[in-house]
Design a protein around this ligand. Structure first.
Ligand code: GDP
Ligand code: IMO
Ligand code: MG
Length: 439
């Protein structure tokens, strides 16, 4: 069975949840390898709509095994609330849901530090995080004073670890700001009580996954965030605190690179970003402009925070960069229907910086801020695509548009999305995904 990764190719919210939900019926296992409740993955089928933060988007397929890997960071309260929502929707998870004993725990103090930093940062250094404690938890992991899921089992050991954190520099930062970091015994007990509710699912998921792959089961790896938010390869420092690109799945799950059959990159048909940082193709053209039109038509408000997303045209330079470092075998172009109402659509095919043309996404934020996008204009199709279910029924201009995106990005377009529902997806016949999964 193939093992396939689904990875965000822009600044997150590309529609990964929808793609994973759709493809998951072809896999025995769906596994998340990084990120935490900063992710908001929307899955819609029939009259049901779910926003998932921790739980992988393959959860709606009865019997599919679900893994939250060691590379993720977990807010237990958030996770339990999500599991309760699923239970109320009669989604049975018994015996098929597994959390890594090595995943790091988002303690209340990590959320406090995230908020403190964001509220005290000046306008130029505010990252615009989701305030979910993601950064401080990954910092604690790298600093080697973090708490892992497996540490929650023994209260005495846990209290000792929590005490070192609270009495150490992290606690000092909160105390200096007049914020109580909590009492070690109480913080440890609270985490231990929450852990009891998921204790039966906490296990060595790397061993499980490798055993399953050896037995011939296929795994779908679900990325969170997007390539331009990767802590190494993204628009640093305006990034998340984990590696988001395909390669991260190896460390984030304990699965070797040779196990991977291929990678699907998920793009939006245009560009969005939430939070601060450079976005060369952002359209800041007022309430009647194309930026607002994209936001309105795409309902571009954050799944996790509700913030309005910044909108702009498709950035072909960033897309090509994402394709190269992830080595996409095929790409999905989601939310194509959002462009149904445009006469003409611009696509960024190059960057000009200080009079010279750049070939790739620059490392320097200062350079990013000075980029002038070079646009190519393509004709729109001015017709409703939302009821189309076959590739050969798509308007010729829509096919030309997505094929041009593929050419610019350097990958084959293998699927498009024409609406938020699971059914509103069209796999291109004969393309990589169609051949690999026999779709
Ligand atoms: P993710 O974080 O990558 O899973 O994406 P989000 O769920 O945060 O944001 C994608 C949004 O677009 C959600 O509201 C989806 O329901 C919606 N969506 C996904 N695919 C399509 C599509 O093809 N067309 C439209 N109109 N909406 C889509
Ligand atoms: P999904 O998986 C879009 C952004 C935040 C902020 C930066 C750092 O739904 O695509 P963090 O809380 O991670 O420290 O915030 O990253 N961000 C996302 N943007 N989609 C996401 O996830 C995101 N997760 C984080 O807005 O700019
Ligand atoms: Mg999202």
């Amino acid at each position: 069975m193939p093992n396939i990764a689904v990875v965000g190719a822009q600044w997150g919210d590309e529609g990964k949840g929808k793609v994973v939900d759709l493809l998951s019926s072809h896999f025995s296992v769906v596994a998340r390898f990084q990120g935490g409740p900063n992710a908001g993955h929307t899955v819609i089928f029939g009259d049901q709509k779910f926003a998932l933060h921790h739980v992988p988007s393959g959860v709606f397929r009865a019997g599919t095994r679900i893994v939250v890997g060691n590379g993720t960071v977990i807010d237990l309260e958030q996770l339990l609330a999500e599991l309760e929502t699923l239970r109320q929707a009669n989604i049975e998870l018994g015996g098929r849901f597994f959390i890594s004993d090595r995943a790091h725990v988002i303690l209340p103090l990590w959320k406090g530090l995230d908020k403190l930093r964001e509220t005290t940062a000046d306008a130029t250094s505010k990252i615009g995080t989701t305030l979910r404690g993601i950064g401080p938890t990954y910092e604690a992991k790298a600093a080697r004073w973090g708490v892992r899921m497996g540490d929650l089992a023994e209260l005495e050991h846990l209290e000792d670890r929590v005490r070192r954190i609270i009495e150490g520099p992290a606690g000092d930062r909160l105390r200096d700001a007049g914020i109580d970091p909590g009492q070690p015994a109480a913080v440890a007990r609270e985490a231990h009580e929450l852990w009891k509710q998921v204790a039966a699912t906490v296990t060595d998921t790397a061993t499980l996954l490798n055993d399953w792959i050896d037995e011939g089961h296929g795994v779908l790896f679900e990325g969170a965030q997007g390539t331009l938010l990767d802590v190494d390869h993204g628009s640093y420092p305006f990034v998340t605190s984990s590696n988001t690109l395909t390669g991260a799945l190896c460390a984030g799950l304990g699965v070797a690179p040779t196990r991977l059959t291929g990678t699907v990159g998920v793009f939006k048909a245009y560009g969005t970003r939430v939070g601060s940082g450079p976005m060369p193709t952002e359209l800041d053209d007022g309430p009647e402009g194309n930026g607002q039109k994209l936001r309105d038509r795409g309902h571009e408000f954050g799944t996790t925070t509700g913030r309005p997303r910044r909108c702009g045209w498709f950035d072909g330079v960033a897309a090509r960069y994402a394709t190269r470092i992830n080595r996409f075998d095929g790409a999905c172009v989601m939310l194509l229907d959002v462009l149904d109402a445009f006469d003409e659509i611009d696509v960024c095919v190059g960057y000009r910086l200080d009079g010279e043309e750049l070939k790739t996404f620059p490392a320097s934020i200062a350079a990013c801020e000075r980029i002038e996008p070079i646009y190519e204009t393509l004709p729109g199709w001015k017709s409703d695509t939302t009821a189309i279910r076959r590739w050969d029924r798509l308007p010729a201009e829509a096919v030309r548009y997505v094929e041009r995106l593929g050419e610019i990005a350097g990958t084959e377009i293998t699927m498009v999305g024409v609406g938020p529902d699971r059914e509103q997806s069209i796999v291109k016949p004969g393309s990589w995904l169609s051949r690999t999964l026999d779709l």
